[in-house]
Design a protein around this ligand. Structure first.
Ligand code: SF4
Ligand code: SF4
Length: 178
């Protein structure tokens, strides 16, 4: 059976609404003399804190080479299924032929992305990073599905932390000598 909770009657002061009005005015007057808490965006830009998770982007290594090997781990782990990868093969005579694959296309739907950073965490090649970009705008839904070219434009080049490719290449070269 439903339990009826009696509603507390309003006091005389509450019935006049004065405490609520005065409470609101107190906040208004306090803000009139305190430093600004708002920004004149876009002329003024916020300071982005370290570790901020903005738009996920694809990055190249310091030699301008594509790092993504289209392993699809990020696509698999992405909770809202915002990533779509179209894997492609690297031709044998390409300078990066020591890895087999690179994405033919790589799409991230910025309307689905929840900026969780799992793709960055899972990537074995340090190829995808959430950078400081926070302003995502467009007129249509389709232009907010960023393709590979756009993702590389936004991502640029980041310092390679562990030179995995160089190690792989050296290991491959040593393998050929034996
Ligand atoms: S940040 Fe999260 S939601 Fe966005 S693409 Fe990466 S894994 Fe998916
Ligand atoms: S970005 Fe990283 S995890 Fe995603 S497909 Fe490329 S190499 Fe794999």
């Amino acid at each position: 059976m439903a339990k009826v909770i009696p509603r507390k009657p309003l006091t005389l002061a509450e019935r006049t609404y004065l405490p609520q009005v005065l409470g609101g005015l107190k906040t208004t007057f306090k803000r009139m003399v305190s430093p600004n808490v708002t920004l004149e965006y876009p002329e003024e830009r916020p300071v982005i804190p370290e570790g901020y998770r903005g738009v996920p982007t694809l990055v190249k290594d310091p030699d301008g080479r594509e790092k993504c090997v289209s392993c699809q781990l990020c696509e698999f782990v992405c909770p809202p299924k915002a990533i779509k990868i179209f894997p492609g093969e690297i031709p044998e005579d390409a300078p990066t032929a020591h890895v087999e694959k690179a994405p033919r296309d790589f799409q991230i739907d910025m309307l689905r992305c929840i900026y969780c950073g799992l793709c960055q965490e899972v990537c074995p090649e340090e190829a995808i990073f959430l950078q400081e970009i926070f302003s995502v705008t467009g007129y249509t839904r389709s232009e907010l599905v960023y393709n590979k070219q756009k993702l590389y434009e936004l991502g640029g080049t980041l310092p390679d932390r562990h030179f995995k490719w160089e190690k792989k290449r050296q290991a491959a070269e040593r393998g050929h000598q034996h």
